[in-house]
Ligand binder design. Structure first.
Ligand SMILES: [Zn+2]
Length: 109
C-alpha cells in the first residue's frame, strides 16, 4: 500500500523572527523550559537549526516514535513552533541573510 502523508507547516511571525535571529548569530534553536526556566542553548547550529546534542536528541525522539505518521507529526510540530528547521531550511536562511549583508555592504560602499 502506498501512503501519502503531508503536513503543512505555518509559523507565526514571532516564531519566524526568532528563527532568523538565531540563524544570524548561529545559535541552536533549543530552549530549555523545564522547571519554569527559559534558557536558550548557546551552541552553534549543525543541522535542522540545532546543535549536535540537540539534533541527536531530536532524532532520537523521532526514531522512538511508533509510526511514520507520528514521526512526521512530531517533525511538523517542531518545525511549526520553531524548535527545529526543515532539512533544507538552514542553508536557505543563511543564503538570505548573506545576501542581505551583501546588500547593506553595497549601500555603505
Ligand atoms: Zn542546542
Amino acid at each position: 500500500m502506498f501512503e501519502v502523508l503531508v503536513y503543512e507547516v505555518r509559523r507565526t511571525a514571532k516564531v519566524e523572527k526568532r528563527i532568523r535571529e538565531r540563524v544570524a548569530i548561529n545559535r541552536c534553536l533549543h530552549i530549555d523550559d523545564s522547571d519554569g526556566r527559559h534558557v536558550e542553548c548557546d551552541q552553534p547550529m549543525v543541522s535542522l537549526g540545532l546543535c549536535l546534542q540537540h539534533v541527536n536528541e531530536h532524532n532520537h525522539i523521532v526514531r522512538g516514535l511508533p509510526t511514520k505518521a507520528a514521526k512526521m507529526r512530531f517533525r511538523a510540530e517542531s518545525i511549526r513552533n520553531g524548535q527545529a528547521l526543515e532539512s533544507f531550511e538552514l542553508r536557505r536562511l543563511r543564503r538570505i541573510l548573506k545576501s542581505r549583508f551583501l546588500r547593506v555592504a553595497d549601500e555603505v560602499a
